[in-house]
Structure formats: C-alpha cells, structure tokens
Design a binder for this molecule. Structure first.
Ligand code: IYR
Length: 222
C-alpha cells in the first residue's frame, strides 16, 4: 500500500514461465561460473562506451535511501596509470614485506601474487570505485546510509557486467588506498573502495585451480 504523497509509477514486470525461469537461472549460473579473477592483461584497446554501459549497470544498484553513494573513476591515461602503479607497489611492497601475517601470506600462495602489479599499467582501463559516507553540496554535509553495503552491491553488479560484456577484471585492494584519493584529486567525502583493472586477458593466460564451495556447504533451507 502506498503511504506517501511522493510520486509512484507502475512496475513493468516480465512474467516468465517456470520453464523459462529454470532455464534462465541455470544459464546465468553457468555463465557466472566461468568468471575468473584475471591478473595478466592484454594491452588490446576496449571502446569506452562499453565501459560506460558497465558503469551505468553498476550505478543502477539499490542503495540506502537511493543515495547512490559512489563515484566510478575510469583511468585510461598512461601517466595516471603509471602513478597509480608506482604508489600501489610502494604500499604492496610494505604489505608483503612487513604488514601481512604469515598465515595471510600462506593463504595467498595458491594465487602466486606478490607486490608487483604490472596490470595497473597494462590493462586499458582502471576503474576506481569511491564511496561517499556523506554528500557534500555547497559545503554542507548530508549523511548517506548503509554505504558499505550499497557500494559492495554496486561492485558485485559491476563485476557481473564486466564478465557479461566479455571482459575480465580483478578485485584489487592495495592497502591502504589513500593514494588513489590524492592521485585522482577526489573531494574530502570520497574514500577509495575498490580498484578494478578491466580489459581482455593476455593470450594463453592461466588461472589458479580453485574450487567453489558446493551448494550444500553454503545453502541451508528452513
Ligand atoms: N592486496 C594484495 C594482497 C592480496 C590479498 C588478498 I585477501 C587477495 O585475495 C589477493 C591479494 C595484493 O593485491 O597482492
């Protein structure tokens, strides 16, 4: 029941048969299961409008009170990419050498990662997602709600849209990420949330052999 004087509009629902729901849910599962995090990129160019469609998909995500507390910065300028790589590697070198625990380093062995991040220069685009814990309008602060949940959901949709477009990415979180705010000159209400290199995979790229948990391990019916 509508309990507000604010405008509502009809929701256009495409009703599917059970057969279609079954087929489409299984097709989507198969498609999403083929997604992998990729760390070795091709330098092949990707048209910007594809990246813009992907970002508009992510920006259609639900958010607390529809505040849409995010900015998606897309970096294709080689000089800025070089700056980001250099700053990220400086942090990552300290993390791998001193900040990460032995258990953490052990857990990362299957992925073969280290402090070097060449993908930050090689991938045609870096998408840097910023979260806004408040909006800043004419110097006044307006609080946003459920910001981490909202931006996390948008990033999930972003990753699905990247995969759907035939591109690959990596959820990269150099830590700490303050350098991204500085390099990209973001306003004081924006904090870096996630960095995703986006492009095509290098030829004959290999990915670690990993298992996902089975349905029984992650699903409980009550
Ligand atoms: N941020 C580092 C370390 C790292 C941490 C986790 I948890 C990973 O799943 C992968 C890497 C890096 O990017 O190398």
């Amino acid at each position: 029941m509508q309990t507000t004087d604010y405008p509502f509009e009809p929701y256009i629902h495409e009703k599917l048969s059970e057969d279609d729901m079954m087929r489409r849910s299984k097709d989507y599962l198969d498609k999403m299961r083929r997604r992998r995090s990729i760390r070795t990129f091709s330098t092949e160019e990707v048209p910007l409008p594809i990246i813009q469609n992907i970002i508009e998909t992510a920006a259609s995500a639900p958010s607390g009170a529809n505040k849409q507390p995010w900015t998606f910065c897309v970096v294709r300028d080689p000089d800025i990419k070089r700056k980001i790589r250099s700053a990220a590697e400086k942090e990552e070198r300290m993390s791998y050498d001193h900040r990460m625990s032995d258990d953490w380093l052990e857990d990362l062995k299957p992925f073969g990662t280290n402090w070097e991040k060449p993908f930050l220069e090689i991938a045609p685009y870096l998408i840097v997602v910023f979260k806004k814990s408040y909006d800043l309008i004419e110097g006044k602060k307006y609080k946003n709600y459920y910001v981490n949940e909202s931006v996390g959901i948008a990033c999930g949709m972003l990753i699905a849209a990247i995969h759907n477009a035939g591109l690959v990415t990596l959820t990269h979180t150099p830590s700490p990420m303050r350098f991204l705010e500085e390099i990209l000159g973001r306003p004081e209400n924006e904090r870096a949330y996630l960095l995703l290199p986006v492009g095509l995979p290098a030829e004959r790229v290999k990915v670690p052999k990993l298992e996902k948990k089975t349905l029984n391990q992650v699903f409980k019916l009550f």
